[in-house]
Write a protein that binds this ligand. Sequence first.
Ligand code: ADP
Length: 189
Amino acid sequence: MKYYILFGPPGAGKGTQAALLVEKYNLHHVSTGDLLRKEIKAGTPLGLQAKEIIAKGDLVPDAIVEGMIKNEIVSNQDVKGFLFDGFPRTVAQAEALDKMLAELNTGIDSIISIAISDEVVHQRIHHRAMIENRADDANDETIRTRIANYHEKTEPLIAFYKAQNKYFEFEGEGTIEEIFGRISKHIEK
Ligand code: ADP
C-alpha cells in the first residue's frame, strides 16, 4: 500500500492533478475539502460547524479532519494506495497521520508538493470562483486569510517532511500535462 500526500497552497492545482493521478495509479483520493463540502451539503452537525469556519478561510479543528481521515483509511484497505489532498494542513495533523499509519505498520511514501507564487494563487482562485461557485473562492478577505493560514500553519510541514527525507517539490506553473508528467516521473521512480 502506498501513501502519498499532495501538497501546495490553495489553487496550486492539487484537485486537477489528483484526478489524473488516482486514475493512472489506481489510488484512493482523499480530499478533506471535498469531504467537508459533502458534510455541508448534507447538512450534518459537522457540516454546519465546518461551513462557518470555511467561509472565513480558517482551518477546521484538527480532531475533525483527523477523524475523517482515519475513517477513510480503515474503510478502504482494498486499494493500491492513498492520495491525500488538503491533508495534513498542520504539523499536529501530520503527527496524527504518522501515528495512524504506524499503527498499521506503515508510513507515508512521499509528499508531492506543487509550488506556485502567491500572485498565481490569487489569480487561480478568482478564476475558479467563476466556474465552481465556491463561497470561499469569491471573497477577497477569505482568500487572503487562506493564504495567510497556509504560510503560517501549513508551510511548516515542508520542514517536517524534509526532515524525514520525504519532501519532493514540483514546479506548478505550466500546462496540466507538463505538471502531471513531472509528478508521474517521480511516482514511477
Ligand atoms: P483549497 O484547495 O482552496 O485549499 P480545499 O478544498 O482543500 O481548498 O479546502 C477548503 C477549506 O476546507 C479550507 O480552506 C479549510 O477551511 C477546510 N479544510 C480542508 N482541509 C482541511 C484540513 N486538513 N484541516 C483543516 N481545515 C481543512
